[in-house]
Design a protein. Sequence first.
Length: 330
Amino acid sequence: MHIPENYLSPATCAVMAAAAVPAIAVSAKKVKENISKDKMPLLGVFAAFSFVAMMFNIPLPGGTTGHAVGGTLIAILLGPEAACLSVAVTLTIQALLFGDGGILSLGANIFNIAFILPYVGYAVYSLIKNHSKSKAGEYIGAAVGSYIGINAAALMTAIEFGVQPYLFKDAAGQALYCPYGLNVSIPAMMAGHLTLFGLAEVVFTVAVLAFVKSTSPELVNNQPQTKKGKTLIGILLAVFVALTPIGLLATGTAWGEWGVEDMVSIAGFTPAGMENGILSDFSALCPDYAIGSLPEWIGYILSAVIGIAIAVILFKLISSFMRNKVNYAK
């Protein structure tokens, strides 16, 4: 679901960035008002969970892959505003350091994955939970909310891809950017997300939510987290990191995330805007989560550790500048 560089026109990227900025600004304002100093580092911890979740690629027949995100999970535990900021930080780290998603398209990726996904997912979760009379209502809400949330984000991404060939063409009438129209982009994106990728989001959300509720109930009850709770959540995160090389077993590339060099074999031509676009020569520090000449699986684990460390340290630094609050609010 990460839109790469030059798949969207600069004009589209500008529009999506303009849409993402107020979403981030409002979320940041709400987080400042409602998240306590002690709770702020948790945004980094769960940004780390999202980072790792996106490294577990799941294959589909035909060579495409996808992954869970965890945005609705963070929204349930910390609120949709906190989820928006956490996932936005994750996406920024992925784009700048690992080349996962474009720099120019970062605004679009943030709007789709960090804004649409958690806000829609949380709205559905709240609706089901608040109208359910059973204890299972929370988990049903989490399952349905996470499923609808990730599919809403996928649909938005598909639309952004799909409008490109209608709006931006060269003199010969060929697409300058993403060459596939809505009739291709929507079915292609939604096929995976309505099936395996959506299911992965449900399993990840419900499983981690159940773990947190059983090992760190004070977190869901808006109380200061205990040392035991922090330790157990840290252990779970470490287990996920150790298992990330499983994501390397999935061959192929997510739909719409091909390299420019692959476009001739995929689309029959290389769109000029993709080949000669802005930042087309940008090279991430650790492209595709590889680190130098290290074995691929070791690079994958170290990339996870680096991404997690940056997210956790960033929110820890933010908390150090905050004032203490009397109440713990969500």
